[in-house]
Ligand binder design. Sequence first.
Ligand code: ADP
Ligand code: MG
Length: 241
Amino acid sequence: MVRLHEVNKHFGSFAALTDINLDIPQGQVAIVIGPSGSGKSTLCRTINRLETIDPGGTIEVDGKALPEEGKELARLRADVGMVFQSFNLFSHKSILENVTLGPIKVRGVKKKQAEIEAMELLDRVGVGHQAKKMPAQLSGGQQQRVAIARALAMKPKVLLFDEPTSALDPEMVQEVLDVMVDLAKGGMTMVVVTHEMGFARKAGDRLIFMADGKILEDTTPEDFFTNPKTDRAKDFLGKIL
Ligand code: ADP
Ligand code: MG
């Protein structure tokens, strides 16, 4: 579903990603873990083309190469949903409008139909009764669940999560992880940057450990947590466990 081949990304002379090769099959939940500054966010941002990559590398989603710009790019972005640490809801729009806007603007769905689909999604993530409110009236955990519903409304082929629970108060983390576990069980292809070990073990099919812009380990969550191979991974686990 997602294929990165020889992906490199420089910011000036700084190498944020080096020789990334990654094949994520349909339905896989890939957890990405690693120290701050290791390139996890940059990796996510290149997959949905919020960042360009250096010439020579390729990124394909569902067999289609990433287009440079224009209509094609808008359609590809619709295939790749992203959920950010800071929710990024449109603060001046209602919860319902946050979810209907993309389908109406990008997918050309009629307003009534978009609202029906949005309500189904909001119910599914447990915030249907909040549809008329504004984002600021919701808790962080509720806002993040709206952000997930908004991403799902575009009917993406893959969902990227960049530390979706790290900005949340501790008591709200689980309600967001529960929604993500449901998505994973439902067969969604997911790339999840997170340090939530419980989630990684429960929902992750694969664990990718990054450091200094490189993939150092690529294995199962169980194998990584019990038997890290590299010193960098051992050191990292020593700090977070
Ligand atoms: P992570 O998400 O793993 O913490 P990032 O992908 O955000 O790491 O960043 C990787 C490295 O790339 C960091 O050293 C960061 O400072 C650098 N970086 C990220 N975005 C930019 C940018 N737009 N300009 C310059 N450097 C950047
Ligand atoms: Mg990051």
